[in-house]
Write a protein that binds this ligand. Structure first.
Ligand code: TK8
Length: 358
């Protein structure tokens, strides 16, 4: 294993220990693929600053260290990447703006807040569209998805690759949820749910009878701790690695949306790089994206089980209960499919259907 990789794992362990979590381990993660390929020529020293939203123990951070490893090894140490996790440089929206102004070199947001740059990305926000990881990967690696990455050109942001944030699950501090009625509350108010800054997500939770509030990820823990919101929705690995279980009693395995991450670099940074460095960064981004998807898959169920061990009451939903949620959010498709593009929605629905028959 690479030294940097060992340092990351040790730090991950230390971070988990320092946060007082007695469990202090990650799942049995696959090692990163061996770094191969030609060395690039000497085009000067470059240090890239990358801001991330999630913690050091997250697949997002671990795979970004592998990205850094590839660049460092293939440039003989001339390209280095300093990765800043935990939203310490800002949230997704702020860090994308910092790429546009050139005050930050790279970031790795969810696709949802990036719909303000490329509207078609909202296809990934349609509820229950991509039922399996295989379908999600095929969609993210499709020509239509590459066109969405290319559509960032000229915005100040170059989008390099899609990877996995994951299947989103509902958590809250008020009550067990296994139906849309539990979200809306029959004799009590609807759940106050934090959503990403994305109009489709707002629509989903309004349609379910909740009281949704868009909020930056970095503000979410304290908002839940202070009771400003009852709940949120994120993949199990994010709920675990961000310690949301400390302020969320209930979880529901809704898998209501599959969200990608997008690895991005500032166009100002990109345009100043030698083409050989650009090609290496693009190659490393794709390799790190594939590795991140693998890590995220290894984290998924393990994280849910860890959350239960830490006392979170997780409700698994059967097909009938999932169908009730799918039916309840059908109006979101009617509203958003025409705005996103019927052809694109149908293309992804075909990917989804074929993944279910394989
Ligand atoms: C982290 C966010 C997070 C996302 C959210 O930067 O905001 O809830 O799911 O992963 O991108």
């Amino acid at each position: 294993m690479h030294n940097l990789w060992k340092r990351t794992l040790l730090m991950t362990g230390a971070t988990l220990l320092s946060s007082g979590m007695a469990y202090a381990q990650t799942p049995d993660l696959s090692d990163p693929p061996e770094i191969d390929g030609d060395m690039v020529g000497d085009h000067g020293s470059v240090t890239l600053r990358m801001g991330l939203g999630l913690a050091e123990s997250s697949p997002q951070y671990i795979s970004s260290q592998y990205f850094a490893d590839i660049l460092e090894q293939r440039s003989d140490g001339r390209i280095t990447v300093n990765v800043f996790p935990n939203s310490q440089l800002g949230d997704d929206v702020q860090m994308m703006e910092m790429l546009q102004t050139g005050t930050l070199d790279m970031t790795y947001p969810s696709s949802s807040p990036a719909t303000s740059y490329v509207e078609e990305l909202a296809v990934f926000d349609l509820p229950f569209l991509l039922p399996t990881r295989e379908a999600a990967i095929e969609a993210m690696r499709s020509e239509a998805a590459q066109e969405m990455l290319d559509a960032f050109d000229g915005t100040g942001i170059k989008a390099l690759a899609f990877s996995e944030n994951g299947f989103r699950q509902l958590s809250n501090s008020a009550r067990e949820v296994s139906s849309p009625e539990d979200v809306a509350g029959l004799d009590v108010r609807g759940l106050a749910i934090r959503t990403m800054e994305n109009p489709v997500h707002l629509d989903i939770w309004e349609t379910l009878g909740a009281n949704p509030t868009p909020m930056a990820f970095g503000e979410l823990f304290s908002a839940m701790e202070q009771g400003v919101v009852d709940g949120q929705e994120n993949p199990w690995s994010t709920i675990l690695t961000s310690n949301f279980h400390e302020v969320q009693e209930f979880g529901s395995e809704t898998r209501h949306v599959y969200t990608p991450f997008i690895k991005m670099i500032s166009e100002r940074t990109w345009d100043n790089l030698d083409p050989e460095y650009q090609a290496l960064i693009q190659e490393a981004a794709l390799k790190a994206a594939d590795y991140e998807i693998q890590l995220s898959a290894e984290y998924d169920d393990w994280s849910r089980n860890q959350l239960e061990e830490r006392g979170m009451k997780i409700t698994r939903l059967d097909d009938e209960q999932i169908a009730a949620f799918q039916e309840a959010v059908q109006p979101v498709y009617e509203e958003w499919a025409p705005r996103i593009g019927e052809d694109l929605v149908e293309e992804f629905q075909q990917i989804a259907e074929s993944s279910m028959t394989e």
